[in-house]
Structure formats: C-alpha cells, structure tokens
Design a protein around this ligand. Structure first.
Ligand code: MN
Ligand code: MN
Length: 456
C-alpha cells in the first residue's frame, strides 16, 4: 500500500465509511475509483501506477487512508471521532494549566502515528539545589531516558557567587542566558586561562580540565551546561575542597611545602556554590595567572550569540559553533536557531549525533519521525528540553507570536545537517516525481540551497 497515491486515497475516503462491516463494498468502490483515476490519465507514468493499483485488488483488505497523510491501519487521530466528538473528550481528572501547554500531545496532528520514547523534558520542574551564592538544577539520563549523549544543568550565580574549583569526567559546554561571569581553566600543559563571558557566549572545558565559574556585576549570571555524557551529573564533580579535607595533614604539608597548621582553618564540608566577593578587573586576574608557557592555544570561550550569522532567511537565522570556529570545542557542536513568527526550522536530520535542544525563548511545535512509521508531536516553551536521536527526521515550528530561539547541541566536533528539501532538489526529478506524484514544475519550486529556516 505504500505505493498508492495520496490524493487518490483522499478522494476514496469521501465515499468509504470506516465501518469494517462494509469492507467488501468499500473495497469495490475503492478499486473502481482507483481504476477510474488512473485510466483517465494516459501517461506512461500513470499506466505504471495503475499496475501498482491493480495489484492492490488482489489483497484481502487494503488499508484505506483514514486521514491526510496517515495511510496506516488501524486509523489513528481525531479524524476518527467525526460524528462522535465525545470520544475525544477528557472528563478528567486533569490539570488544565499544564495540559494546555501541550496541544501537540493532547490533540496530535492527524499525521501523527505510533509512539516514540519521551523526547520532552524541562528545567522548569527540576528541583533546585539552592545555596548562598546561587543554585543549580539538572536533567540527566536518570531523569530523561532518551538523552544518552548529553545531560543538562541550569545554574545561577549571583554577583560574586562562586562555583568552586573542580573538574569532572565529562567535557563541559555552556551557554550564557543572562548576565556576566568570569571563568578560569588550566590545561594539562600548565597554560592558564581566565575570561569574562556575557549573554550569548559559550565556554568549553575538556574532560578533566580543572575550572571555576563566578558571577560578576551587576547581577551575576544564569547559564545552561551541556555535559557530553547523558549520565554526567552536576552533583558528582570532583571538588577541590573535598580533596584537601580528605587528605592527611602531613601529606598536605609535604605536598605544598608548608607546615600542616597552614590548613587548620579549612572548612569541614565542601563549598560547591558559595558567596564570594565580586572579582576585580579581568586584566588583573589574567596578569596574576600569567606564566612563561603562555595562554592555551585555543580560547575556552566563544561569542555565539553576538558572533557571525551562518544562514539568514525571511524566516529566521542560524548561528553555528563547532570545532571549525570554536576550536577548543572538540566534542560538542551547537546551532543557535532563531525562528520568526510563522517560520519553521525545515525538515531535516543529523547523521552524526543526537540533538539535545534547549528552548531559550518563544513557543515551538516539533514532530519527530522514525521508522515504523512513528511520528510524534510535542510542544516546547522557554526552559524546556527536547531530544532527537541521530537520523530521526524533525522540524521545529514557531507556534507563538514572538521569536522562537533554541539551541541544538550535539556530541560531535562537526555540525552536520541533511535537509529534506536539499535532498529532493538534488535527486533526478523523474525519480522524485515517481515517489510523490508531483510534477517537475512543483519540485523546481522547492528550496535548493538549504535555507534552514523557512520561508526563504
Ligand atoms: Mn564543571
Ligand atoms: Mn535538528
């Protein structure tokens, strides 16, 4: 049935009740319409198509399309409730404030089919661990089963608030969503790095590199962290205070070449996030860490939001950071996507990594497609997280009346994207025509230069 033509199926539907008791009659009507449609055409293409249709008559129960774009049996979708709206009614219990944010799941588009592992999560309902100096919350694979390649942290540091010196097993990629911060890092060659970041900026610390973060004036900062491992947790980092307090004092004395009493005033617990003083000028901190080895060859920070636009259309624009322009970021690539009202991030997929999304602003609808077929739609607001397995088809549509801004983050050194429109416009037209019953003239109207965000 995969070879039946969309619009033929559509016209048959008008004649065919869905009650299976009438299947035999339906089949006769269907085949008659099918034959009429194709015999009215004389092109070789349609005669071939009739050959496909004639084969259908030999099947016991051809699957008739229940809705536009959903040729599968049993039929799914709200179209099936026609004449019986009570079947789609939800008597409750329900939480309307929550459920009305998810029209895509409550009343899926008629084209949705099957199911996929949950690909929606959010920082909005993640528990905050609050300290003097700031707070953090996280969504790891423990909370969000599908997210095997990336785990996410959302953190706030007030002015002077310090995320203590630490390191960890995963690499840390971060995007500033608010305010100003100072970051420090040391590489294995002993080259020290200190830099200030602002809204829209990134940092990247390779796995194991020791680092710190601190909020600056006037009101500190907020940011999201993407670890390049779904199981990485903000709460299992190696904390420098933990190490010192769990080392015998005589070893500390020998290690640092000072009397053991030097360490007698240490805290007996770790600090993680704590309140400090707002640091002085950046130049002074950079001078203080300067050594003959010089700075690391590639900066650990990058201005994504205020950096160059990779592609721009009427519908919006995309800014990309991967190891080609943000050279330090060898395991994480990212696209910052802005979609104007009415626009859509075009149908595409990524062949080299899963996509972890963070929604910065606006309101989005995304449908994810996989073999099966399975096609599932969900909705995303600011602070929400989406996840798309590598090679799963998807689009992201702005369904609000303000700009939609989201980050697409990948565990890879190189951003890769395959656009459906680019594929169909760089395949011999006759081949594409044969798949969709489209004309060459229609195909010629498709964008052929990867707009990323439509309209062009
Ligand atoms: Mn860290
Ligand atoms: Mn994508």
């Amino acid at each position: 049935m995969k070879h039946m033509h969309w619009f033929t199926l559509q016209s048959c539907i008008l004649l065919v009740p869905t009650n299976k008791g009438h299947l035999h009659t339906n089949l006769q009507v269907f085949c008659l319409r099918w034959k009429e449609y194709h015999m009215s055409k004389s092109s070789r293409r349609n005669i071939l198509a009739f050959g496909v249709g004639a084969g259908v008559a030999g099947l016991a129960a051809p699957a008739l399309a229940a809705t536009f774009g959903n040729p599968d049996e049993p039929p799914q979708g709200i179209m099936n409730t026609k004449g019986n709206p009570r079947s789609a009614f939800d008597p409750g219990p329900q939480n309307p404030a929550l459920s009305r944010q998810f029209p895509g799941t409550f009343t899926p588009p008629a084209t949705d089919v099957g199911s996929l592992p949950e690909f929606w999560a959010s920082f909005n309902n993640a528990p905050r661990r609050v300290q003097a100096g700031g707070w953090a919350r996280q969504v790891t694979q423990a909370d969000f089963q599908v997210s095997t390649e990336i785990s996410g942290v959302n953190m706030r540091l007030d002015a002077g608030g310090i995320r203590e010196l630490h390191w960890h097993q995963a690499a840390e990629w971060a995007f500033m969503t608010y305010g100003n911060a100072r970051v420090t890092c040391l590489d294995p060659s002993g080259r020290a790095y200190v830099a200030d970041v602002k809204e829209g900026d990134l940092w990247y610390f390779p796995a194991g590199y020791p680092h710190s973060l601190q909020g600056l004036g006037p009101d500190g900062c907020e940011f999201i962290i993407a670890f390049d491992n779904g199981m990485a947790s903000e709460y299992n980092t190696l904390l420098v205070t933990d190490w010192l307090t769990h080392t015998p004092p005589d070893v500390l004395a020998a290690n640092f070449g000072v009397p053991a009493e030097t360490f007698s005033k240490m805290f007996t617990h770790d600090l993680w996030i704590f309140q400090g003083e707002v640091p002085g000028p950046l130049a002074a901190d950079q001078a203080a860490v300067k050594n003959p080895k010089g700075p690391p060859p590639n900066p650990f920070t990058y201005s994504l939001g205020s950096g160059p636009i990779t592609r721009q259309t009427k519908g919006g624009f995309v800014q990309i950071a991967d190891s080609h322009n943000f050279k330090a970021s060898t395991t994480v690539a990212a696209a910052l996507v802005t979609v104007h009202p009415g626009g859509v991030r075009e149908m595409h997929w990524h062949p080299n990594a899963d996509e972890w999304q963070y929604y910065v602003k606006g309101s989005a609808q995304m449908t994810v497609f996989n073999t099966g077929p399975n096609a599932v739609t969900n909705n995303f607001q600011a602070g929400d997280i989406g996840y798309v397995k590598r090679n799963f088809g998807h689009y992201v549509k702005n369904v609000g009346n303000t700009d939609l801004v989201f980050l697409a983050i990948f565990k890879t050194d190189t951003y890769q994207n395959l656009a459906l429109s680019d594929w169909l416009t760089h395949t011999p037209p006759a081949l594409v025509e044969a798949h969709f019953n489209l004309s060459a003239q229609d195909i010629a109207k498709f964008p052929n230069n990867i707009p990323d965000v439509m309209p062009r």
